[in-house]
Design a protein around this ligand. Structure first.
Ligand SMILES: Nc1ncnc2c1ncn2[C@@H]1O[C@H](COP(=O)(O)OP(=O)(O)OP(=O)(O)O)[C@@H](O)[C@H]1O
Length: 346
């Protein structure tokens, strides 16, 4: 690969997409008109619930699917005219790892290096560098079948980078990992982004997007419904959030929400929702009027078991924008699947 391949035609955009639609053969309209420009070097997060259209979008941008409508330029190349050039200049870490368990970590990366045409003279150095980058240097000569899920994910990420692509797609790279394994991958992604690599990350973990991404888009039913930096999106929710824990039963939470909405405690523009634990009030001066609400609830005979005042998180942003919470139960069940402590390769 020549340096020329890595140029982006001086356009300054890693991805430029306009009016992108993707309808599957069975008529499912998975992507319904996406406009997106991602500057070089950005750490971009694409958030959405299961089935929102994240993977379909990534596959369209990475030339695995051809758009039904719209135009897409990736690294300066058109997806329809120059798909091969795009594939040479991107890395793609799919949801399922592509690690060959029969091979060692080093052999896996060497295989990818050969497939991507990395010159032979550069391979040994490149493989060592990547093993180091993802903290697998010590176990480079162990067979991947002995690795934990977290180690396999890191190895997979290393193979996606072997040809030094300026743009890397990461499709839910940390799903199913425990927090420790997830944190190690985050460090690695931050490192490659600091080196100048553009990252396009899809995730269901809002905390992940908050911590890593410069900018985020939220996709819902195939359409982008919000875009901005994590801080901008949180500001859009506005104010402070008062969470009040109310035990379930006898419509207590609904009654509590009615009292909070009643207008006596908060201004009419306060947003009140019933949550999994009680109620949540978003208001400019939630802190100031918090005690008034607690008194009003007590007077109405509603038991309160806890309360907390905080700044909005991306979870609040997601809820405000989509009207849905990302299912935390599913996510913690996933997290139990793979732990870093399973490591048996030491
Ligand atoms: N090959 C296919 N044929 C028909 N419909 C499909 C196909 N692949 C995905 N879909 C549908 O397209 C929509 C978007 O799916 P997609 O996988 O892009 O979503 P996603 O946001 O990546 O979700 P997940 O997090 O579950 O991967 C869903 O309704 C899905 O069922």
């Amino acid at each position: 690969m020549t340096d020329d391949t890595l140029r982006t035609d001086g356009r300054g955009a890693a991805i430029d997409a306009e009016g992108v639609e993707l309808t599957y053969a069975d008529g499912t309209e998975a992507v319904k008109g996406i406009d997106l420009t991602i500057p070089e070097g950005e750490f971009f997060g694409f958030l959405g619930a299961n089935g929102a259209g994240k993977t379909t979008t990534i596959k369209t941008f990475s030339t695995l699917l051809s758009p039904t409508a719209g135009s897409i330029t990736v690294n300066g190349f058109d997806v329809r005219d120059e798909p091969r050039r795009i594939r040479e200049t991107i890395g793609y870490m799919a949801q399922e790892t592509s690690v060959d368990e029969e091979l060692t970590a080093r052999e896996n990366i060497r295989f990818a290096a050969r497939a991507y045409g990395v010159p032979k003279s550069e391979r040994v150095e490149r493989i060592d560098e990547l093993l180091d980058l993802v903290d697998l240097a010590d176990v480079g000569d162990k067979q991947a079948s002995e690795f934990s899920g977290g180690m396999k994910k890191r190895l997979d990420a290393a193979t996606a980078l072997v040809h030094n692509p300026p743009l890397v797609f990461l499709d839910e790279p940390t799903t199913g990992l425990d927090p420790k394994a997830r944190n190690r991958l985050w460090e690695y992604f931050e490192r490659i982004n600091e080196r100048g690599t553009t990252l396009f990350l899809t995730t269901q973990y809002l905390e992940e997007a908050d911590q890593l991404c410069d900018r985020i888009a939220v996709i819902m039913d195939g359409e982008i419904v919000a875009t901005g930096s994590p801080a901008e999106l949180k500001r859009r929710v506005g104010g402070e959030i008062l969470d009040v824990d109310v035990p379930a039963g006898e419509d207590a939470r609904e009654r509590a929400a009615e009292i909070a909405r009643g207008g006596d405690v908060f201004d009419a523009d306060a947003d009140v929702t019933v949550t999994d634990d009680g109620i949540s009030v978003t208001a400019e001066r939630a802190r100031e009027h918090g005690t008034d609400l607690l008194v009003a609830l007590r007077d109405a005979g509603i038991t309160v078991t806890g309360f907390n005042i905080r700044a909005p998180t991306l979870d609040d942003v997601f809820l405000a924008i989509t009207g849905e919470e990302l299912d935390s139960e599913d996510r913690s069940a996933d997290a139990a699947d793979v732990t870093e402590s399973e490591v048996s390769a030491e």
